[in-house]
Design a protein. Structure first.
Length: 197
């Protein structure tokens, strides 16, 4: 499921020009097989998911702990996010991406869409620890089909941010992301493709 960083860095994604100062944390293959036209379905599914909705009890507990710590220490205070502590990446977009709709709204998570193309979508979140980007892409799977790929890019906020990212890395890689991605794949299988006329 986890891929080498080159699976992201060697492709000509627009995010490279927009967030060159962000660190690529990791890249994941998503169990979302489909055809060339299925990327909008992936974007819709990702935008409407809730990170607390994973069937993994351990992952849900970690999400709850993070939310509680964020409340106690003010990590997620209104003045720590986009437009206050950091400017949105939409301020960096070239004219063609800025003129297009940025992508869907997240009803269940604090992300904001940055831009959407036919094969990639970026959404961002910021708090007192990091400014982070979730980059979803639609890539050939080597068998004539396509699948989703998720990259996580971060810009830690000083020493606190770097320490926070280092501390959570093992939990993200071992406890949070694997069941979250499996659950994402299960939701993909249950979600019918949109009808075509």
């Amino acid at each position: 499921m986890r891929l080498p960083n080159t699976a992201h860095t060697q492709r000509p994604w627009r995010i490279h020009e927009i967030a060159p100062d962000f660190h690529l944390e990791d890249v994941w293959a998503l169990p979302t097989p489909g055809g060339v036209e299925d990327f909008p379905r992936l974007v819709h599914l990702a935008a409407n998911r809730d990170s607390a909705d994973t069937p993994s009890r351990a992952a849900r507990a970690l999400v709850a702990i993070r939310r509680k710590l964020g409340a106690w220490f003010g990590w997620d205070a209104p003045n720590s996010g986009l437009g206050t502590r950091v400017e949105t990446l939409r301020e960096r977009l070239p004219a063609d991406l800025l003129a297009a709709p940025p992508g869907p709204v997240f009803p269940n998570r604090p992300f904001t869409s940055v831009y959407l193309t036919e094969t990639e979508w970026a959404a961002e979140v910021a708090n007192r620890t990091v400014h982070a980007v979730m980059h979803l892409a639609w890539v050939p799977d080597g068998t004539g089909g396509y699948r989703g790929q998720m990259a996580v890019l971060v810009k830690p906020n000083g020493t606190l941010g770097w320490a926070y990212m280092k501390a959570i890395a093992p939990f993200r890689h071992l406890i949070v992301y694997p069941p979250l991605i499996r659950h994402f794949g299960q939701a993909w299988q249950k979600t019918p493709p949109p009808r075509t006329a």
